[in-house]
Ligand binder design. Structure first.
Ligand code: RP5
Length: 152
């Protein structure tokens, strides 16, 4: 089965990522969740990102708040698609607008797809859409989910 890496900059981000993990599970997509910070543990980020493709990951979801450089740094070290989730983190952030701009405003050459502030579920669904191009089982799961949400 395809594998998705879900990375986030702090343990404090984990509650916001629950809908992402839930959706990946719901869709039957294997995933791993890791906490690593582009500024507090850059060596860990480099080690993970540079070897992610060789380790069988097909999409990376990277979440961060405030300066939110994790998604861009990860994207600089891999050609795997990277989906960024801007986090509105506690009392420190500018309501997540800081992270949104940091993630969305990647300079040309190293793209990061960006979902809404705290848009963790959509990050999972976008990862599924990418995987569905290659994995029929994921496409079927995604189509089923769309049918279900259309009927409510
Ligand atoms: C970012 O800084 C993290 O992604 C988090 O959203 C924010 C605050 O981190 P903590 O101080 O809560 O660890 O790197």
């Amino acid at each position: 089965m395809p594998r998705v890496a879900v990375l986030t900059g702090s343990r404090s981000d984990l509650p916001i990522l629950e809908p992402c993990v839930h959706a990946l599970t719901e869709l039957g997509i294997d995933h791993e969740l890791h906490v690593m910070s582009a500024h507090r543990s850059p060596a860990k980020v480099q080690q993970f990102a540079a070897s992610a493709a060789d380790n069988g990951f097909e999409v990376i979801i990277a979440a961060a708040g405030m300066a939110a450089h994790l998604p861009g740094v990860v994207a600089s070290m891999t050609t795997l698609p990277v989906i960024g989730v801007p986090i509105a983190s506690g009392n420190h952030s500018a309501s997540g607008l800081d992270a949104l701009l940091s993630i969305a405003q990647m300079p040309p050459g190293v793209p990061v797809a960006c979902v809404a502030i705290n848009g963790a579920r959509n990050a999972a669904l976008l990862a599924a859409a990418i995987l569905a191009l290659k994995h029929p089982a994921v496409r079927e799961s995604l189509e089923r989910l769309r049918r279900e949400q259309s009927s409510t």
